[in-house]
Write a protein that binds this ligand. Structure first.
Ligand code: NHR
Ligand code: GAR
Length: 214
């Protein structure tokens, strides 16, 4: 059964584009049933037909709680199997997370539990880390604290700045997210007892995947 994906995005949308390209190429058995944004100007929205776009500012919804409630209704209306935060930059409230628990995924640009939150590349550089990377995790009410499914690493190279490092991480983000979405679409992923499970096995440590990068 082709999985129905709702994508949440606030910016450029390169992760969304990777999903659309994989679906078009026949390497991901899914369809994008809506793209949802807190930023009406987000370039990500332009990557799908107008009928699939939804955007509201939190301000227009009467603030954070009103936004979450409006967003939740719009997402529920498209009956997604999975909801994917792909460069989504706004915290989701506990009520929202509870409503879609176990079906909410996020790609985060760090090797969690390192560097939850924002400015991950700068923080990895300042810490002098030799490696950095990206994680896909189930979203829980705790910011970037939900169980991690899979990770991919990249080296930090001499002379890197936050932009060159972000660009290297992005090269592995796209295939990492796609691989996890293939598992999700095939019904192989669950969240249970605070852990991620694949094929009925609890993931006490994340699955490490290797991908090409510069
Ligand atoms: N919501 C919950 N409940 N749990 C998570 O794990 C979430 C989430 C919403 C988004 C993505 C996340 C990331 O991968 C994500 C994970 C936004 C912020 C943030 O501080 C931090 C992390 C993430 C997303 N946002 C500010 C806020 O006040 C706004 C920042 C801005 O607009 O520039 O919401 O990194
Ligand atoms: C990606 O690097 C993603 O991991 C990160 O933002 C970028 C979005 O790129 N996400 C976060 O920082 C979440 N807070 P994209 O819009 O081109 O997919």
């Amino acid at each position: 059964m082709t999985a129905r994906l709702a994508i949440l995005a606030s910016g450029r949308g390169s992760n969304l584009q990777a999903i659309l390209d994989a679906i078009a190429a026949g390497t991901l058995d899914a369809s994008v049933v809506g793209v949802f944004s807190d930023k009406p100007e987000a370039p990500a929205l332009q990557r799908v037909p107008e009928a699939l776009r939804w955007a509201r500012t939190p301000k227009a919804c009467g603030g954070r709680d009103g936004f979450d409630a409006t967003l939740a209704e719009a997402i529920a209306a498209v009956r997604p199997d999975w909801i994917v935060c792909a460069g989504y930059m706004r915290l989701l409230g506990a009520g929202f997370v509870q409503r879609f628990a176990g079906r909410l995924l996020n790609i985060h640009p760090s090797l969690l539990p390192k560097y939850k939150g924002l400015h991950t590349h700068q923080r990895a550089l300042e810490a002098g880390d030799a490696e950095h990377g990206a994680s896909v995790h189930f979203v829980t009410a705790e910011l970037d604290g939900g169980p991690v499914i899979a990770q991919a690493r990249v080296p930090v190279r001499p002379g890197d700045d936050a932009d060159t490092l972000a660009a290297r991480v992005l090269q592995v983000e796209h295939p990492l997210l796609l691989e996890v979405l293939r598992w999700a679409a095939a019904g192989r992923l669950r969240m249970h007892d605070g852990l991620a499970w694949r094929d009925g096995q609890p993931l006490y440590t994340p699955i490490y995947l290797q991908f090409a990068h510069d």
